[in-house]
Design a protein around this ligand. Sequence first.
Ligand code: PSV
Ligand code: MN
Length: 424
Amino acid sequence: MLKKENITAFNELNFEAHKRSWSFLGENLSNKNIDLETLINKVGDFQIAIPSWALGTGGTRFGRFPEGGEPKTLEDKIRDVGLLHALNQSSGAISLHIPWDIPNNYDKINSLANELNIKFDAVNSNTFQDQPGSENSYKFGSLSHVDKSVRLDAINHNKEVIDHGIKLGSKALTIWLADGSCFPGQQSFRGAFQRTLESLQDIYNHLPSDWKLLIEYKPYEPNFYSMVIPDWGTSYLIASELGEKATTLVDLGHHLPNTNIEQIVSILMHLNKLGGFHFNDSKYGDDDLTVGSLRPYQLFLIFCELVNGEKETSNSDLSWMIDASHNIKDPMEDLLQSVETIKIAYAKALLVDNNKLKSAQQKNDVAACQSILQDAFRTDVRALVNESCYRLGGALDPLNAFRKFKIRQKLIDQRGVDSKSTGL
Ligand code: PSV
Ligand code: MN
């Protein structure tokens, strides 16, 4: 569907314009004593996993408007990520959700992923939906449920997810726990917390030694009065109780309005407990919109803390993933836009003169502090992002290339207009 020669031909058409922008930016950055090669390599090395459930059209409880050509099988999902990666060279991993993505044949799945240069990122468990054939229900919780047999089902499911991940070379389990309560008095906060901790300990003990447990938090939805793990403090507390392999996962959409997420990132890294990230954007809640479509400055500030934290703390080896839902856009186009925005924010954060910032902070020169950050933020780094992608063999403008090659139409021709992705 997408050959190397196609990308080369596409790049030739766009090369002159790119060369002009890149030489302008490159010269400006070099004049500031910025090492271009290091910068390009860093941006090129940055890989952002694609969740298997984001390849289909999202929706709300009111409706869904798919365009067609959605991946029906795990193989199709891996192929879609392969296409994204071929175009942008930054989507070299897929994050699976079990039971939606259980492989029929591990060898075949592994070799397909290998062929497309795709790795398996964190595996995700699902105890927020009832499973067909199961005698127990998660309606009133899973890992926190008052009934031990329901808790055991949920614990065993998570252990099975780890076992699937081992066979695919994953190195992390992400748990997003939907447990909580919808009405005051429905649940004992202490009881639910304690039962969850015990369940998680059991799952934690099943983790291989080189695995991480990523604990995601969320303030509301699907439960609207209380969630058992509502915030980063609770996630951190649980991760600390469990042990070294347990960390906190920050999903940008899982905060109450106006929360200072960059501060959370900074403190978690200081405590060596930041394990991963789910990128998206929102105006109101967990809107799951395209990364940076609303708050690109916040995204940049978060990246400043990540870049700094990687230099100044021992917190490293983070899992990066997009966790968005595309209600009215082509999912693959939306993902390409998100990845590009993430790389732009990262590149801008790499431009911040941290020595200058530190000395301005020491002098309490507030105006200088702001200018130093905004200098970097206002630099147009798109040519840098394109240059790093180009050098790795990707397209100079991945979104336009996707359109030029009519990839969606080809997927519709191949899979049908009615093909629906499994998952949410
Ligand atoms: C639900 O809010 C959620 O976005 C969680 O963040 C999970 O990561 C994802 O869905 C899939 O379960
Ligand atoms: Mn998430």
